[in-house]
Design a protein. Structure first.
Lengths: 918, 120, 148
């Protein structure tokens, strides 16, 4: 062959263009598949280029273009050596074609086949299937090698619609039928699950590169830079455009969207279809061929889906189907003179069909058998796990950022553990996403931790704690203790105001409303608001039904929660300080009580405990008696009053005897009240009210003293000397009382008790006798003994004398009470008795001096000028009379003016008392 | 008109019913506490309610508020021993048509009911 | 307790009887509750809280309640069960009316009723407990006030 350098240059340039198509295929295939497989797909494209080139060099080129053995196979040029420039360029060009055919397979079977299996298949394709079939069609291009049998029959495939594209498609089909669909591609009901490509813009660029490469693929197939090259490239482009437009025109309405694959596969189908007839058709025909190619491509891709043949990039519709159509189009449209096969159009068409068929039988049949056998020894397909993980990882151990991100996300989704962070590759988009994702996670984790900490606190804190919004509602999360503090459940969203309303005083509630509105007013300084917190310390009265109230003492503390100058909430803390408060109260009470007790103690300290105890036991009895008198509704009010009056007088005397003034003063107050009431003609019952309150007071005092006495250390019920002691103490107190009364009335009195001993008395008699003596002593000091001056004037000693002695007869005790005073004023007594209506005028006139003294025992008769605690109420002597009656005794009076007065008590000796003494 | 009597005392329920016998009122029920009263209000939709305050479970003032929230047209006469003006004031503020302190005579009650019914 | 408070209670009770029955009631002589103080057949106790703390009870014999209830129900006979009810209502009315004196912060509970002698009632009473006997229509009852 003549060496024309321009032709060689063109073949080299075309080879470069076809080479570039490898890049186009790589981009289309990896762009249309998922990123987890993208590396695998891309690397297959590169691998098949290298592998196919080597095997095409070893054996392929020889089989294809070597000297023909009967038109079936070439048998020279193995381990190719370039004998001249042209053949070197030609080899290069043909090697690129072979690689192209191999590459078609990689796209179709993407995402499921082992890398190794693909390499084996590529070797088989480039070493056997492609070159043998290629020989049939193109054998004899190298001068002197002899034509292939299909070529001799008149089969025309200008640039390889069948030889390159269909053949690749057939092998793909065989491969797909053996390895099957990708997992999840079709649902059980046959519905298609779209698997979206990872990078469509790259696919588009890939298509553009393929289109560009096709200029070399078709244009270079002239193998010389002749007049037809430009027209071939033009028609190639027209067909591609027509394929694209037609597919779009049909597919858009059908799919209701301009699917990306329509545009790109449409263009590719147009390119594949025009490859065979491009040199022998017109521009218009090439447009038709492209358009119909696009249509067949579209229809066949629907058909494949129906058959559930999962072609990952549409290689079969584009390369096989459009390739078949292009091959047939040679017969249909080809200019017979250019084809120059000498066949009629019909025969040409038949031969074209035969070519297509023989390709199918050869390429599909042989590869199917081969792959089936291979599959039996070495499974072509990867495992499910590897498929799910993606071939990048499972086949190559290679990873992409997005895969790593995916792995982290998957781990987090399945374990719920969000502590792991996505790997960050700062220079990639996915890396940046990962970085932001990590930031989101940080924030989320922080918030989640914060929230769970917060809820944990709420669960365990003993205070009531919650957020209050500006509507006065309690927030959704509040401390568990709040429910027990407020004794109410389900507090979230409830109005604080409503809850507190039933527990609180109204005045506080109004303040609370004002306070909350102030607290949410940004214009008010918090320090001011905080100062007027109406709930700082507050009592809640909780009605628990069944008649008891629980008083809770609570402290409320409010804090503003602000953000960006806005008050979001109030944080409210409620402390239940009831226990502390009550303890303090108790301590305060105890302190007060001990203070009162100490005071009481000072007041009673001077009294011997036994005496004191005796006094109080009597005094309490007196009080109960008085209370009982009032309770007794049988008697008239006046009777009851008089009865009570006498008792109170006795009580007062006893208290005075022991110098217990704080008691005698109260008894005095009661006496005055009662006296006033008795004096009135009608007894007003309302007047009993203050009297009762007074009783209440005294009883309170008594209760206190009683508890005090119980506490008094060393307070024991007496020994054998009890009586003796008692007698001595009584006498002591009589002396003290005399001195006190004398001092009070400015008199000088001496009392002689040497011959008085109370031991002789029975226990039951002691108290009445004591009471009688106290009354007599009181009377004597007040009425009997004159002042020192008077006594001196009367020629008496300035000091008056009182003596009490006791004598014993057979069965009677005689107690003689004498004074050397003025004696009874008989006329005064008589007058007073008349005045008080104790005696009538008639009686008044007739009364003898013997009888008059007995009048002093009548109630209400007192000759004293005014009344004070000692005398003047006319109650002392009637009390004496009562007591004597009680003792079953008698009393005699001897009196002599200015000489003195004597009372002689006669009391029966109680028998068992004597026995006991014996 | 339909009348509901709410009082925790049976005697008072009876008495109120009795005192209002001459009125053309249909007594739809007697309730002994606020919760019961609410249920009966829902069931019978009474036009007039006499309502005690101190009751177990739900007190009268709370009940008053709830009744009027559901049926604002209801004429409620609060009858309570809580004689202080603040309680009466609160009842009226919450929307009661009248406030009658206990103890009351039949005449007191009748006048009060007449007044409320006349108040259209 | 002071005089005016005690008087206010008495006024409420006596007026209560008179306003319902037209028959005047009279206060007997008040006294301090002690261990000997009896209660009548039925006793209504009301717990008090707020400005005052403690309890109040009204204790009345069957006959008095029968008669008083007869006035309220315009002559109807009262069942035994209704006597409980009545003594509770009476206690409630009396203590409720006390709000006029003590103000709205004088909280009173729903009454509990005790038949016969019960020591429990003493638990809530704050001593000294003042007993105000009431004489009405030949029978007696009494009001006990045990407030702080």
């Amino acid at each position: 062959m003549e060496t024309n350098l321009l032709d060689i240059l063109w073949i080299i340039v075309a080879s470069c263009l076809v080479f570039i198509m490898q890049a186009g295929f790589a981009m289309v295939e990896s762009g249309l598949t998922r990123s987890k497989n993208s590396i695998n797909v891309a690397i297959k494209n590169l691998t098949d280029l290298g592998v196919s080139t080597i095997f095409f060099w070893i054996v392929g080129f020889g089989l294809m273009f070597g000297s023909s053995f009967k038109g079936y196979v070439g048998n020279s040029f193995f381990l190719f050596k370039a004998e001249n420039t042209w053949i070197a360029a030609f080899f290069l060009f043909q090697a690129m074609f072979c690689s192209t055919s191999a590459t078609i397979v990689s796209g179709a079977i993407a995402e499921r086949v082992k890398y190794g299996a693909y390499i084996v298949a590529t070797i088989f394709l480039s070493a056997v299937i492609y070159p043998v079939f290629g020989h049939w069609v193109w054998g004899g291009i190298v001068p002197g090698t002899g034509q292939g049998w299909l070529a001799s029959l008149g089969f025309v495939d200008f640039a390889g619609s069948t030889v390159v594209h269909s053949l690749g498609g057939w092998v793909s089909l065989a491969f797909l039928l053996i390895v099957g669909q990708r997992s999840g591609r079709f649902k059980n009901d046959g519905e298609i699950v779209e698997i979206s490509g990872s990078n469509i813009p790259m696919v588009v660029l890939g298509v553009l590169i393929l289109w560009f490469g096709w200029f070399g693929f078709n244009g270079g197939s002239t193998l010389s830079m002749n007049n037809s090259v430009a027209s071939i490239i033009l028609k190639t482009t027209l067909s591609a455009s027509a394929g694209m437009i037609c597919t779009l025109a049909i597919g858009w309405p059908m799919l209701k969207k301009p699917d990306v694959t329509l545009v790109m596969n449409g263009a590719l189908a147009g390119l594949v279809a025009i490859t065979a007839p491009v040199h022998a058709v017109t521009e218009l025909q090439s447009i038709i061929i492209g358009a119909v190619g696009g249509a067949f491509m579209l229809i066949s891709s629907f058909g494949l889906n129906k058959l559930k043949i999962d072609d990952a990039v549409g290689a079969i519709p584009v390369h096989l189907v459009a390739g078949i159509w292009g091959t047939l189009a040679v017969g249909l449209f080809g200019d017979l003179s250019i084809l120059d096969t000498g066949l009629s159009r019909i025969n040409q068409i038949i031969i074209q069909g035969a070519g297509v068929l023989s390709c199918g039988v050869w390429a599909f049949g042989l590869s199917f058998i081969f792959l089936k056998i291979l599959n039996a020894f070495y499974p072509l397909r990867i495992g499910l796990k590897e498929e799910i993980d993606g071939l990048n990882k499972s086949e190559h151990g290679a990873s992409t950022e997005i895969f790593d991100l995916y792995t982290v996300l998957h781990h987090q989704a399945s374990t719920g553990d969000i502590t792991e962070r996505a790997p960050v590759e700062p220079f990639t988009e996915v890396g940046q996403i990962a970085q932001i994702y990590n930031e989101v996670l940080d924030k989320l984790e922080e918030n989640t931790v914060e929230k769970s900490d917060y809820l944990n606190i709420l669960e365990n804190v003993s205070d009531g704690m919650f957020l209050l919004n500006n509507k006065g509602e309690i927030g959704k999360h509040y401390s568990k203790s709040l429910e027990s503090i407020l004794e109410m459940d389900q507090l979230g969203g409830k109005q604080l105001y409503e809850i507190l309303k039933s527990y609180m005083l109204d005045s506080n509630m109004d303040d609370l409303k004002d306070f909350i509105s102030l607290a949410f007013d940004v214009n008010t300084r918090w320090r001011h608001v905080d100062r007027v917190n109406p709930l700082r310390e507050i009592d809640l009265y909780i009605n628990r039904g069944s008649g008891d109230f629980k008083t809770k003492h609570l402290e409320f503390d409010f804090k503003r929660i602000e953000k960006g100058g806005e008050i979001l909430n109030l944080l409210v803390l409620i402390r239940d300080v009831t226990d502390e408060y009550e303890l303090n109260l108790e301590i305060e009470k105890t302190r007060e009580k001990s203070h009162v007790e100490m005071e009481l103690l000072y007041k009673i300290l001077h009294v011997e405990p036994n005496i004191l105890r005796e006094f109080f036991s009597y005094a309490k009895k007196d009080l109960v008696t008085m209370n009982n008198i009032f309770q007794d509704s049988e008697k008239s009010s006046r009777e009851r009053l008089e009865q009570a009056f006498r008792i109170s007088h006795g009580l007062k005397g006893d208290a005075e005897l022991l110098n217990l003034f704080f008691i005698s003063e109260k008894a005095e107050e009661i006496e005055i009240m009662m006296q006033k009431m008795i004096k009135d003609e009608f007894i007003n019952r309302d007047d009993f009210i203050p009297l009762t309150l007074k009783f209440g007071e005294i009883q309170n005092t008594f209760d206190k003293i009683e508890s005090l006495l119980d506490k008094w250390a060393g307070f024991k019920i007496g020994s054998g000397n009890e009586k003796l002691d008692k007698s001595r103490y009584f006498k002591d107190h009589l002396v003290k009382m005399t001195n006190r009364l004398a001092e009070k009335y400015n008199k000088s009195v001496n009392i002689n008790l040497e011959k008085l001993s109370l031991e002789k008395l029975d226990e039951s008699q002691t108290k009445p006798v004591q009471d009688i003596l106290v009354q007599l002593l009181r009377n004597s000091v007040y009425h009997g003994i004159e002042s020192s001056d008077t006594r001196v004037n009367l020629g008496k000693k300035d000091t008056g004398n009182i003596s009490i002695r006791m004598e014993e007869s057979e069965d009677t005790l005689h107690i003689v009470f004498s004074d050397d005073g003025a004696g009874l004023n008989l006329s005064k007594i008589r007058d007073k008795a008349l005045l008080e209506k104790i005696i009538t005028k008639e009686q008044y006139d007739k009364l003898s001096d013997n009888i008059i003294p007995r009048l002093i025992f009548k109630q209400g008769l007192s000759t004293a000028g005014g009344s004070d605690s000692v005398a003047g109420k006319g109650v002392g002597m009637p009390l004496v009379n009562n007591l004597i009656e009680k003792l079953d005794g008698s009393i005699g009076i001897r009196t002599k003016s200015n000489v003195g007065c004597q009372f002689i008590l006669k009391i029966p000796i109680v028998k068992n008392s004597i026995l006991r003494q014996v | 008109m339909k009348l509901l009597i709410v009082d925790d005392s049976n005697i008072m329920q009876k008495a109120i019913g009795k005192y209002l016998k001459e009125f053309n009122l249909e007594i739809v029920g007697y309730a002994g506490n606020g919760e019961e009263a609410l249920v009966m209000c829902e069931r019978y939709k009474p036009e007039i309610v006499t309502l005690d305050i101190t009751m177990p479970k739900m007190d009268g003032l709370t009940c008053l508020e709830k009744i009027l929230k559901l049926y604002p047209e209801t004429k409620v006469l609060v009858i309570s021993a809580l004689k202080d003006s603040a309680t009466g004031l609160k009842a009226l503020k919450l929307g009661a048509k009248g406030f009658l302190p206990k103890p009351f005579t039949p005449q007191d009650l009748q006048e009060e009911i007449e007044f409320i019914c006349g108040d259209k | 307790m002071n005089e005016s408070e005690l008087k206010a209670f008495i006024k409420i009770v006596t007026e209560y009887f008179e306003s319902i029955t037209g028959q005047p009631a009279k206060m007997g002589l008040p006294f301090i509750k002690d261990d000997n103080t009896d209660v009548f057949d039925f006793t209504g106790v009301i717990g008090v809280s707020g400005t005052r703390k403690g309890a109040i009870y009204l204790s009345a014999p069957r006959e008095l309640l029968q008669e008083f209830g007869g006035y309220i129900l315009e002559g109807d006979e009262l069942q035994d069960s209704e006597l409980y009810d009545l003594v509770g209502e009476m206690t409630n009315t009396i203590s409720g009316n006390m709000r006029e004196h003590f103000g709205a912060s004088f909280f009173i509970s729903v009454p509990i009723i005790v038949k016969g002698k019960i020591d429990d009632i003493q638990l809530k009473l704050n001593p000294p407990v003042y007993i105000i006997p009431i004489e009405w229509q030949f029978s007696h009852c009494h009001l006990a006030i045990g407030l702080e």
